[in-house]
Design a protein around this ligand. Structure first.
Ligand SMILES: [Fe+2]
Length: 386
């Protein structure tokens, strides 16, 4: 198969980029004042009611349009810095975050539980069977659900140490494969079977497993779109009877090997109040390991948004696994304010206290720091998903 090289600004190497000068927008005093006024206008609204109308930013319209263009046709990465975290409560920060996000896209539900605002925090000693974003440790490079066009994080509280966001340009990794292992690139264009996480599948409108392989890469109009979710691939092997071929294992491993080489990835350190937006079609993400506090209320806590951008080009149907209809379905399970940080943390602190009283605190579950080859994804092995 012939695959075109991506020659746009989407193809960057972490070792050649200074994100502070090329990917960062620092808020001006005027912008902070405008956002503050929008927050006052928004009041105590719940997340679904925070829209460009209820969180108006008339003076920042051109800036937000430029940032959205940068996500689609620039580097695919935008970091917003300089919003004064210390002046606001966690819930006010959440409203600021959702308000800014609403000017880029529409928030969609992130799991069967229906949360529109996710909390990325290690609670694996408090809640049973958590996923990677609720555990510690590093993560393999992946793309979040394909219904999401922009994946975003806001840093509410930084880790004691570590916990950088590690990202890589899909286009750059693709080009490297084209140069060095075109045989494996072919395998990635054919893709892998995906299977849903157990509870997402239970509340899904669709079968748990893809009927066909989902291509890792597709290209349309000079833009590349990537779908790769280690968890979904591993679930297909564990529960869906999928056997990976040697070349499929080699292709997955090579994709990860290039992504985690110092030449390619970029580490972005989060300061409290930072907001990162990533094109979830063309940027893979993971994270580095981190050291955390014991009390839930002091732990590293990032808020996460998944945004759909209706006026971006449609994805190719055969590359969609997580479906937008499921996200709408899941959103119906959301209860008011459940994902606001104050309510979310209060519930967690109650659970942590109960576990301490009953002496049922669990050991923290950290996804392995050691890279695991796809050859290790045997049904009998421990299942740690992204
Ligand atoms: Fe993720």
């Amino acid at each position: 198969m012939e695959h075109a090289r991506i020659t746009t600004r989407a193809a960057w190497k972490g070792s050649e980029v200074d994100y502070r000068s090329e990917m960062m927008h620092r808020f001006s005093a005027g912008e902070v004042a405008e956002i503050d006024a929008a927050l006052r206008h928004c009041g105590e609204r719940d997340i679904p009611e925070i829209t460009p109308e209820t969180f108006p930013l008339p003076g920042m319209g051109a800036t937000m349009r430029r940032l959205r263009d940068e996500l689609l046709d620039g580097t695919g990465v935008v970091l917003l810095r300089g919003f004064p975290r210390e002046r606001y409560t966690a819930d006010e920060m959440a409203r600021v975050y959702v308000g800014l996000g609403a000017h880029l896209g529409e928030p969609i539900a992130q799991s069967w539980q229906g949360q529109l605002l996710g909390s990325v925090i290690d609670i694996s000693d408090v809640v049973e069977k958590v996923r990677g974003y609720n555990a510690g440790g590093g993560q393999h490079f992946h793309i979040d659900g394909s219904a999401c066009d922009i994946v975003s994080l806001m840093c509410l509280r930084a880790a004691k140490s570590g916990g950088a966001s590690r990202i890589v340009s899909v286009a750059a990794v693709h080009n490297q494969l084209l140069d060095t292992r075109p045989d494996l690139l072919d395998v990635l264009y054919r893709g892998y079977y995906h299977r849903n996480h157990e509870m997402d599948a239970k509340y899904s409108l669709f079968p748990p497993q893809s009927a066909e392989k989902i291509p890792v890469f597709t290209q349309t109009d000079g833009r590349i779109t990537c779908v790769i979710d280690t968890g979904c691939l591993r679930y297909a092997v564990h529960y869906g009877g999928v056997k990976l071929t040697d070349e499929e294992i080699a292709a997955y491993d090579e994709l990860q090997r290039i992504s985690r080489s110092e030449e390619f990835f970029l580490d972005m350190n989060f300061e409290e109040g930072d907001i990162q937006f990533l094109n979830n079609r063309s940027i893979m993400h993971g994270r580095t390991n981190f050291e955390d506090h014991d009390e839930v209320a002091r732990r590293r806590h990032l808020l996460r948004l998944w945004l759909r951008v209706p006026d971006w080009p449609d994805r190719l149907q055969h590359q969609i696994f997580m479906n937008e209809a499921d996200c709408r379905h899941w959103a119906g399970r959301r209860t008011p304010f459940m994902d606001m940080p104050s309510q979310y943390l209060a519930s967690l602190m109650r659970q942590q206290e109960e576990r301490k009283r009953a002496d049922t605190v669990m050991p923290k579950q950290a996804p392995s720091q050691r890279y695991r080859s796809a050859a290790d994804w045997k049904p009998e092995t421990e299942l740690v998903t992204s």
